[in-house]
Design a protein around this ligand. Structure first.
Ligand code: KG4
Ligand code: ZN
Length: 338
């Protein structure tokens, strides 16, 4: 079936056309209009500006997505749209646009959870991938370990108790003078530094749980920078990036190993913007090879927010009978099991 899908939960407006069957998963178009340059001026996403930019972009990118895919609205079998979690004003733009297209053209409308969409990005790269498996969703807004019990049943088994991993990368990057969002630059900088130069705390919460906490690690970096500046000492940015990255990556890896022990899954799926981090990918590759676990990682182009991933999850929700009517709403926060 042909699906037109929308994503507008944060600072990317995206529309995509995907063709999905049980054995074929094809991205026919995946247009992403990024607002990064606008938000960079403020050092982070400004929700009000994001909503306005989504409103300005969504119509144009929809017709671009249909054009690039070589289809018209008449060919579309279902419309999928992210309706949770995310910035409420940003989500509402996508939801209302999708609603009007769906009802004006008599096309079934399917609400899609953004986190499920991130995980579903992997179904394009790994058509053979089937639940159950354990997934790590790491982005600017989320850090969750999820037991994916079926294509549509997700259970959060661990999460960050404060900052998301991507948020921590962005905040540490900002202290180092990098420009928002800092993840990719931090990744490159860390390759040039000594990961053992600075002793930093782990971000894994001690005890029998699968939770993480990045705020202590972030504060330790800020304190290190302040102390060095008070003493007039030179700080090597690359060492800070490498030491922070080592602690963040080791903490995530430790909790994922604990999750694999606890749930016994033989497949680990990585998703979200921070899934692009080369150090994290390398660490998980090693850990999974040692344990004989299959590791799925989306191509870099599908790690960040995009409409195609929403289209992939839309297919499974549609098959499960999920439909929305014109009362469909957006919700800023989602639930633990979804
Ligand atoms: O999934 P995403 O595009 O949007 C959210 O749903 O948040 O993730 C964006 C986040 C940002 O915090 C960005 O700095 C981070 O992903 N990121 C990275 C890398 N590339 C993007 N973090 C670490 N290393 C990277 N290579
Ligand atoms: Zn995301």
């Amino acid at each position: 079936m042909l699906i037109l899908a929308f994503e507008s939960s944060c600072d990317e407006t995206s529309a995509a056309v995907v063709e999905m069957t049980d054995s074929r998963r094809i991205i026919k178009s995946n247009i992403v209009a990024s607002q990064i340059k606008t938000h960079r001026l403020y050092g982070g996403v400004v929700p009000e500006i994001a909503s306005r930019a989504h409103s300005e972009a969504i119509s144009k990118i929809t017709y671009e997505a249909l054009d690039v895919a070589g289809v018209t609205l008449g060919d579309i079998d279902a419309i999928g749209v992210t309706n949770t979690p995310g910035l409420i004003g940003a989500l509402l733009v996508g939801v209302n646009f999708a609603k009007s297209l769906a009802f004006a053209n008599n096309i079934p409308l399917v609400p899609v959870n953004h986190i499920k969409g991130h995980v579903a990005a992997n179904y394009f790269a790994y058509p053979e991938l089937k639940p159950p498996f354990i997934a790590l969703v790491v982005s600017g807004g989320h850090t969750s370990l999820i037991s994916v019990d079926s294509y549509t049943e997700y259970k959060t088994v661990g999460h960050t108790r404060d900052d998301a991993a991507g948020e921590a990368f962005d905040k540490v990057g900002r202290v180092l003078g990098l420009s928002y969002p800092c993840g990719a630059e931090m990744d490159a900088l860390a390759k040039e530094g000594d990961p053992d130069a600075i002793k930093l705390p782990m971000a894994a919460i001690g005890g029998d749980n699968l939770d993480l906490s990045f705020s202590g690690l972030k504060t330790a970096v800020v304190n290190y920078m302040n102390t060095a500046s008070q003493k007039g000492e030179d700080v090597k940015s690359a060492d800070v990036a490498a030491s922070f990255t080592k602690s963040a990556v080791n903490s995530i890896t430790v909790k994922l190993e604990a999750a694999l022990d606890k749930y016994g899954y033989k497949t680990l799926v990585l998703a979200g913007g921070v899934a692009a981090n080369s150090h994290l990918r390398g660490s998980l590759e090693k850990m999974c090879a040692r344990r004989g676990v299959k590791l799925c990682m989306p191509p870099l182009s599908l790690c960040g927010d995009n409409g195609a991933m929403i289209g992939a999850q839309c297919y499974f929700e549609y098959k499960n009978g999920v439909r929305a009517d014109s009362s469909l709403n957006a919700y800023a926060t989602g639930s633990v099991s979804f």
